[in-house]
Design a protein around this ligand. Structure first.
Ligand SMILES: [Zn+2]
Length: 179
């Protein structure tokens, strides 16, 4: 039996009362960038509703080139199709959220990182770049990386936050800034 079975049963309940919405900008005009960790799902921690926000998740929620590319494309789409529907000075706010107790913190240890690289075939530099040992430091670095990207239009704002797994609380580290 597939492990999807209980989740598909939940989907049956969801679909039973579902009302489709029109294609439009996300109602909160937010892009959330965060870790794929199952303990930090922003749909739960930020109580996102369907249609509220774009969510980009990867290991640690680091701002990789792929994340920059996705945000640049989302901004283009939003300007093309929803330009008149949202305030021009702030198309989206991109919130980067790193968290305490991130599993990628182990990758900050050179010995662990070397072994992980050997066993997985992933480049050691890529593993080092995804490590979040101190979320306060990495979230600052990633907000700066986004703000410095020539691909992002000036109508975007970028903010940085840390989610504490012990308390469930999100703390803002960097207030929204435009590129
Ligand atoms: Zn994590």
């Amino acid at each position: 039996m597939t492990r999807m079975a209980p989740l598909l049963a939940r989907n049956e309940q969801f679909a039973a009362t579902y009302t489709p919405g029109p294609l439009g900008p996300p109602t909160q005009q937010m892009v959330i960038v965060t870790c794929l960790d199952h303990r930090v799902d922003p749909a739960i921690t930020l109580r996102l509703q369907l249609g509220d926000a774009f969510v980009i998740r990867n290991a640690a929620g680091r701002v990789t080139q792929a994340v920059v590319d996705d945000i640049a494309y989302l901004a283009y789409l939003a300007e093309q199709f929803f330009g008149g529907q949202v305030a021009d000075d702030r198309l989206f706010e991109v919130a980067v959220i790193h968290h305490t107790q991130c599993g990628t913190g182990l990758l900050a240890d050179p010995g662990f990182r070397h072994q992980a690289a050997q066993m997985t075939g992933l480049p050691e530099a890529a593993l080092a770049a995804s490590a979040v040992a101190d979320p306060h430091a990495t979230v600052k670095a990633d907000v700066e990386r986004l703000l410095a990207s020539p691909l992002l239009p000036p109508q975007l704002a970028v903010s940085g936050h840390v989610y504490d797994v012990d308390t469930g609380r999100v703390t803002t580290i960097i207030d929204p800034r435009n590129p």
